[in-house]
Write a protein that binds this ligand. Structure first.
Ligand SMILES: Cc1cc2nc3c(=O)[nH]c(=O)nc-3n(C[C@H](O)[C@H](O)[C@H](O)COP(=O)(O)O)c2cc1C
Length: 448
């Protein structure tokens, strides 16, 4: 169903730093709405509550988008997507919508202004293409439902093509980037007088402030973590390359040792042992990219839940202010309770994700340390072989490869040293976080 409001072409901007929120039942019927959502959409809370959320549906949005949207919600996973909405007066407004299941079949939707024009442009074009295809299918007599289902696969393909990995994966790219940008915008100041214990609203406000502070610490560590994981991947990649080269050269040296070292079989044996170990080290390093990729994926997931948590906390905070000012309507305490429940849920997810990132990073550090140990052993063997070459006066005959081996050995030693340093940093970063203050703030946010 589409809104009967005719779009005027006027585009409304969401004021900087503002958070819009609404809550719905499982069918998408609105059960609560904040003042900012009412102001932007031009509907009163009374008009919104009880209406299906498609009251703000804009005809330019492809049905395929909502097909993907509901399919994802049905899996219990949150979504983040750009959406163009239609206000009661015909104006339209773009938002970044972050929608998540909260409890007992309820959904919470938090919207903020679009800040990342790069993502927005990319995705808007994908929506336009899906919408145009849908129109053609509708004109050919296809039902709206079937056209939406068809265009959802087209849209999914376009999102993959544009580097967003599909609808579900898009949240991991777009949401943290948008929240980082949103967080830098000036936010409406909270009235200090409400930040006190004694009544629910004051308690929620005090707690959300603490949650924000703790999240800021967490986000700073997350930035370090992400940079660390990135350097680890780059370093590991070049180490893999240099160990591969070294392995090939040492294998060639082993063959040459066999030829020239007839009178000194120990030389051929030493070279063969070193070559076998360098092959082993090389094979061991093959597993590292997959391990680091899994770590990056966990980190992205962590960025998503932290970003969601920031939005949930901001929505609870601004709604608590509305209540304190007497501006909230409807079942305000019920809506606040849902917002608080959403914070509890996302903080629990943050804790879980943080721990699994820690496990992954420790695994990667273990793997690197093991590779480093093997490489150190290999280097000792190589040194033995080099000494034998000198002892048996074969440097002249092997001169073609000695320089190469020595150079490569020095390079891979340096790479291994920096990788070992990074592994040590990883172990440090993977130390459990002190989440006690966050936990305490979350326990205070609960208004039950
Ligand atoms: C929590 C929640 C928030 C939603 N927010 C919006 C929204 O801002 N705009 C929108 O068009 N649809 C929104 N929807 C989806 C609508 O329920 C609906 O599926 C969509 O407007 C498509 O309507 P149609 O099926 O009548 O075409 C939301 C749904 C939920 C559960």
């Amino acid at each position: 169903m589409q809104s009967s409001v005719i779009p005027t072409g006027i585009v409304r901007e969401i004021p900087a730093g503002t958070v819009l929120f609404s809550t719905t039942d499982e069918s998408g019927k609105i059960t609560g709405a904040g003042k900012s959502f009412c102001e932007i959409s031009g509907y009163t809370a009374e008009q919104l509550v009880g209406s299906p959320h498609n009251i703000v549906r804009h005809r330019e949005m492809p049905g395929g988008l909502f097909h993907l949207f509901w399919a994802q919600l049905a899996t219990g996973k949150p979504i983040a997507t750009y959406v163009l909405n239609l206000a009661a007066d015909g104006a339209s407004y773009w938002t970044l919508a972050c929608v998540s299941p909260v409890k007992d079949g309820t959904y919470l939707s938090v919207h903020v202004q679009v800040s990342r024009q790069d993502h927005h442009e990319n995705l808007r074009h994908a929506y336009d293409t899906a919408r145009a295809t849908e129109r053609k299918m509708r004109a050919a007599g296809m039902s709206a439902r079937d056209a939406a289902a068809e265009s959802s696969s087209i849209l999914e393909g376009l999102l993959v093509e544009r580097g967003y990995g599909g609808f579900a994966a898009m949240a991991a790219v777009v949401l943290p980037d948008e929240v980082d940008a949103w967080d830098k915008l000036p936010r409406p100041q909270l009235p200090a007088a409400f930040v006190k214990d004694g009544h629910d609203v004051g308690r929620v406000l005090g707690a959300t402030r603490e949650i924000d502070e703790e999240l800021a610490v967490l986000r700073a560590r997350l930035v370090e973590y992400t940079a660390l994981a990135r350097s680890l991947s780059t370093e590991a990649e070049s180490l893999r390359g240099s160990v591969g080269n070294l392995s090939r050269t040492v294998t060639a040296a082993a063959a040459a040792s066999e030829e020239v070292g007839g009178s000194a079989p120990v030389l051929a044996r030493a070279a063969a042992a070193a070559a076998a170990l360098s092959d082993e080290t090389s094979a061991h390093l093959q597993a590292l990219p997959a391990l680091l990729q899994a770590t990056q994926a966990e980190l992205m997931q962590l960025r998503v839940v932290v970003a969601m948590c920031v939005l949930h906390s901001a929505a609870a905070e601004s709604f608590a202010v509305e209540i304190a000012k007497g501006e909230a309507s409807g079942d305000a305490m019920g809506s606040l309770e849902l917002l608080c429940a959403a914070i509890e849920r996302t903080v629990a997810a943050v804790e879980r994700e943080w721990n699994s990132v820690g496990v992954r990073v420790t695994e990667a550090a273990d793997h690197i340390e093991e590779a480093a140990d093997r490489l150190a052993k290999f280097q000792r063997m190589l040194l033995d072989w080099r000494n034998l070459v000198v002892r048996f006066r074969l440097s002249g005959q092997l001169s073609g490869m000695l320089g190469d081996i020595d150079g490569q050995e020095v390079r891979s030693r340096a790479r291994m040293k920096s990788l070992r340093d990074l592994a040590a940093e990883c172990r440090d970063a993977a130390k459990p976080l002190d989440l006690n203050r966050l936990r305490q703030a979350v326990s205070r946010v609960s208004i039950r």
